[in-house]
Design a protein around this ligand. Sequence first.
Ligand code: GCW
Length: 716
Amino acid sequence: MLIKKQLLLFFLLAISGIAFADNGYRLWLRYDRINNQQVAGKYNKQIQQLYISGNSATIQKAKQEFTNAIQGLLGKKISIVNKLTTDGTVIAGTVASNKILGALDPKELKNASDEAFYITTMQINNRSCILICGNSDIGVLYGIFHFLRLVNTGQDITKLDILSSPKIKYRLLNHWDNLNRTVERGYAGASIWDWHKLPDYIDQRYIDYARANASIGINGTVLTNVNANATILTRPYLDKVAALANVFRPYGIRVFLTARFSAPIEIGGLKTADPLDAAVQDWWKQKIKEIYSLIPDFGGFLIKANSEGQPGPQDYKRNHAQGANMFADALAPYQGIVLWRAFVYSQQSNDRFKQAYEEFKPLDGQFKPNVILQVKNGPIDFQPREPFSPLFGAMPHTPLAMEFQLTQEYLGQGTHLVFEAPLFKEALNADTYEKGKGSTVAKIVDGTVDNFSLTAMAGVSNIGSDINWTSHPFAQANWYALGRLAWDHNLSSDQIAEEWLEQTFSNDRSFVAVSKSIMLRSRETLVNYMTPLGLAHIMYNGHHYGPMPWGNTLGRPDWNPVYYHKADSAGIGFNRTVTGTNALEEYQQGASSSWADSNKCADEYLLWFHHVSWNHRMHSGKTLWNELCFRYNAGVDSIRKIQQQWNSLERFVDAERFIQVKQLLNIQVKEAVWWRNACLLYFQTFSKMPIPSVYEQPDKTLEYYKSLRFPYAPGN
Ligand code: GCW
C-alpha cells in the first residue's frame, strides 16, 4: 500500500514537471520537457525539421544545440534535412549559404553587424517555415539560441520578425583567476581553468561555459586576473591558452589575457619595462607574434597598471597613454586591442573619487585607435550604489568600456540574493550630458555619442568550480544579465529577470510573478541594510565581508571606512561640493546639478556628496538620523519578506535548489540584521540619538560587533 502511494506521488510529481533534484549545472539551458500540452502541441507542429546550411564548426554546434534542445523540450528527435519538404521546417544559415535565405536577403540585416541575425516566419512553396538567417555562421548560432530562448520561455512563434544586432562589439567576461586556481573575489569555488591538466585535458565545463556564453552573446573572455602573473605569457602556458581558445572558437568566443607590465623583466630577462625602450617594445612585439602564431584570433590584453601595487608606465615616468600605446602598436597588425583599466587611485588626490579623472582626463585623445579605456561603473569600487564614474562624460576622444562586477565582492558575496541588472541599468541610464541631454552612459559606451566603433562591456566573472557555477543559484542571473545587456542595453531588468527565471526555474505564472518581484527588489533591499542614503565602502577591511564602519587602522586613509562616511558629532557624509573636495566639478553641469544642493539631492546619493547634520531634513520630512534608522530597518524587513515569499514557492521548485536558496536567505536575513545593528550602533555614537522605539532594537553591543573576526573569509 505504502509503495503504491509512493509510486502515485512520484507519478504526480513527474507529470507536474517538478524534478526531484536539479544541481543547477545546466544554468538557463535546461531544456526540460514542456509540460503545458497546449503549448507543446503547437510547437510540435511548428518545429518539425531543421534545414541548416553550412558545415563550419560553428554550424555543427548550432545543429547540436538545436537537436538537443528540441529533444529535451518536445521529447522528439528532430530530423536534419537539406530541402524543404514539410510544414514546420526551420531553415537556418547565412544569406550566402542557402538559396532560400539568399532570396530573402533582408536589407536591414545586410547593414547590421557581422554577428547579427534575422528570424522570420513565412510560407514557402505552401509550407510554413521559420527562417533564421545570420550575417555569419556565428550570427546563425546566435539566432538559433535566440529562437530556443523563445521556445524555452513559451513565446508564440507563429509570426516572428526579429532583427537583432549587438549594440556593443566586445562583450566580455573578466576572470580574476590566478594560475594556482584561487579566484580573487571569487565565492564559487576554485577557478574553472585547470591549468595543470591543460592543454591535454579538456574539461566538459569549458564546452558548457562556451555554450552558456554564446547563448547570451558573450564573445570574449579574459582568462586571468588583472593582478597579473607573467607566467601566463610563457610558452607552456600559451599552449594551454591556445587549447582553451580552440574550444571557444566555434562559439564565437575569443580569448584575452592580462599582461603584466613588468613581464619583459620577469620572464624576458630585460633590465627595464620602460615602454619607450626599444628592446622592451621589441620584446612585446615578439611575444605578441608568438601568441598569434598559436591563437590567430587572440583578442588582446587587459591591463591594470600603476594601481594597487601593479607595475606600470609611471614607474618609468611615462604616462598611461605611453604605456597603453606600446601594446597597441604591437597588437595592431593582428587586429588585437588593448583594454586599459582606469581603476587607479594613487595617493596624490585629496579624494579617491577624483583620482581616475585626474590621471586620465588630460590624456584624452592620446591613445592609439585600438586602445579602449575600461572604466568601472562608479568612481570608487563596485559599491551597492555609486553615482556613475565622471570619466564617462569626460573623454570624448577616447573609447570607453564599461566594467561591471558580477562577483558580489561588496554585495553580500556568496550568500546574498542580489539581482544586479537594476544596478547595471541605473549606471547605463545615467545622463552624462557630455554632448547635451541624452548622452547617457549607455550611449557613451555603445559609441553613439562620440562615434566610436570600438566598444566594450565587461563583467568581472562570478564563475567558479562549484557544481552550479556561481554558488548562489540566483547569482547565475547576474552572469545572464551581463550578456543580455551587453547585447542590448535597452532590455529592461524586468524582462531579463523574467526570461532568466522561465528558463532556469519554471514558466509557471505564479512562480514567475513572485520570484521576479523578489529579484527586482533585491538590490534596493541590500542597499538599505548595508549602505543606505549614499553611504559607501564601510565593509570590513581586506576581505570586505560584513560591516566595519569603524575601521580606521590601515596605513592609507582611503583604505579605511571612516574616510568614506566621515561621521562626526556634526553629521555624516563626504562633502564633494565646492566647499569640500569639489569632485562634482568632474561632471558636466547638467549631470551634477541635481546633486549639488544638499536640500535637493536625491536621498540615494546624499552622503556621496554632502556632509549633513544628523538633524538634516530629508525629503520624507524625517531627520537624517531617523531616516537612516528607517532605511536600515526597511532593508531588514524587506529581506525577511523575501524570505517568506521564497518559502511560499516550494511547490514550484525542485528540492535541491529550493533548499539551497532557503538556507542562503536564512544567512542573508541574519547578516542584514548584523549590518543594521552594527552600523546603527556605531553611527549612534556620533548622533547621540535613540533608535526610534518603533524599530527592533539591537540585541548585541557595538563591542560585540567590533570583536567579530573572519580571518578566512573567501575570495581575499
Ligand atoms: O575591488 C578591488 C578589489 C581588488 C581588485 C581591484 C581591481 C583585482 O578589492 O581585489 O583587484 O578592485 O579592480 O583591480
